[in-house]
Design a protein around this ligand. Structure first.
Ligand code: ADP
Ligand code: MG
Length: 379
């Protein structure tokens, strides 16, 4: 059987590698790949299953789930449940689906986990900076001050999630002006939900859900975090998924570091180079420091986080951008299951800061390993 290499490049903006580049699919496993637009970005789902019909069924289930979540959590769509919650800020609880309630409850938990560096209430600040960009001016101190007053995560109330699995939940923002923005975790969270759907389908052997560079992967035979069993078990679909950390200086066309992930994990990169506001010819990061209300302006160029859960990986990557190298590394080292790589701009170029366990996924020694073409086998 021809060994299959699955190639995946995780870019902050887009995925540009394909599955099974240059190799034939093995006879005993079918695969299906779908590219689609979702959450303002490019999504890709790859499924390996016993038959093509099972592949398609799993892929459809994942796409449907992703699109449903995108519709619920889009704060720029007035028809979304998140918008309904935001509109009612300062008023009574709003009935929402359990999915929306779970996403908001997770965002609360992740805010606490990150010591407030990831804060889904930055919606008011994001709105302010967007408005200022349109008006080509900087926000005033008063404006920043009032946005900062509505960032208390305890004022987000989620109810009705406990107990019976049926029925509606509610969400309430206790103070006027509070605005939830789940952009810092939504892609990873949705990718994880989509993966859960895939894993419930029959005959599925391995899968990847990548939403704009936030990837969740899984292969059957996962026996533990070290992946040893996975590799030994054979079967082409059990090979590790391959990701590439993008070189932030390359405008998305160069892989700095290849990563291999066996079993189940999420790999998420947050960078200050991809999305920004431009005011008076200066670029301001779209990631805001909830302590100051200012766009982050640290030497951290990108943060890649690997974690068993997609929403957690995404929120942590955003938090790392806010925290700066030292505190970000301390956070990742403190959290069980989290590994990461922070890239810091320094005079000599990019300085990598990997967590102690990061070597399991990639050899940071090889940083600057050069351009990687599709299908090329890396050392
Ligand atoms: P990307 O969406 O580019 O992958 P992130 O996951 O880092 O990047 O999310 C950035 C988005 O998160 C911003 O566009 C904004 O909507 C929101 N955001 C900005 N700052 C924060 C923060 N400190 N905590 C939570 N969300 C944030
Ligand atoms: Mg994020």
């Amino acid at each position: 059987m021809t060994p299959m290499q699955r190639w995946l490049t995780l870019l902050a903006s887009a995925l540009w590698c394909a599955a099974g580049c240059g190799t034939a699919a093995p006879e005993d496993v079918a695969s299906a790949t779908s590219d689609f637009s979702v959450m303002d970005t490019q999504g890709r789902i790859i499924v390996y299953a016993d038959t093509s019909a099972l592949c398609s069924a799993a892929r459809e289930a994942a796409m449907t789930r992703t699109e449903a979540i995108a519709a619920l959590l889009n704060r720029y769509d007035p028809a979304s449940e998140l918008s309904a919650v935001n509109r009612a800020a300062g008023g009574p609880p709003v009935p929402v689906s359990r999915t929306t309630a779970r996403a908001i409850a997770d965002a609360k938990r992740l805010c606490r986990l990150s010591g407030g560096a990831f804060n889904p209430l930055v919606g008011s600040l994001v709105g302010l900076w967007k408005r200022c960009e349109a008006e080509q001016r900087l926000p005033t101190e008063e404006e920043i001050g009032s946005a900062l007053r509505v960032l208390n995560i305890d004022d987000v109330e989620v109810a009705g999630l406990e107990g019976a699995a049926e029925g509606r939940a509610t969400c309430r923002l206790a103070r006027t002006g509070m605005q939830l923005d789940l952009g810092g975790m939504a892609k990873g969270w949705a990718a994880q939900e989509a993966m859960a759907k895939i894993r419930r389908c029959r005959g599925v052997r391995a899968a990847l859900v990548n939403l704009g560079g936030d990837g969740v992967c899984w292969s059957e035979g996962d026996r533990g975090a070290d992946g040893a069993e996975t590799a030994a078990a054979g079967g082409s679909w059990r090979r590790p998924w391959r990701f590439g950390v993008q070189d932030p200086r390359s405008a998305g066309r160069r892989v700095l570091l290849p990563l291999e992930v066996a079993g189940a994990a999420a790999v998420v990169t947050s960078g200050n180079y991809y999305r920004y506001w431009e005011i008076g010819g200066r670029r301001y990061s779209h990631i805001l420091d909830p302590r100051t209300g200012q766009p982050v302006d640290s030497a951290v160029v990108s943060a890649t986080v690997i974690h068993p859960d997609g929403g957690t990986a995404d929120a942590l990557a955003t938090a790392c951008m806010v925290l700066g190298v030292r505190d970000a590394m301390a956070l990742l080292e403190r959290l069980p299951g989290a590994e990461g790589l922070i890239l810091e701009a320094s005079e000599g170029g990019l300085r990598p800061h990997p967590t102690a366990g990061f070597a399991r996924y990639g050899r940071v020694k090889n940083l600057d390993s050069g351009p990687v073409s599709e299908g090329e086998v890396l050392p």
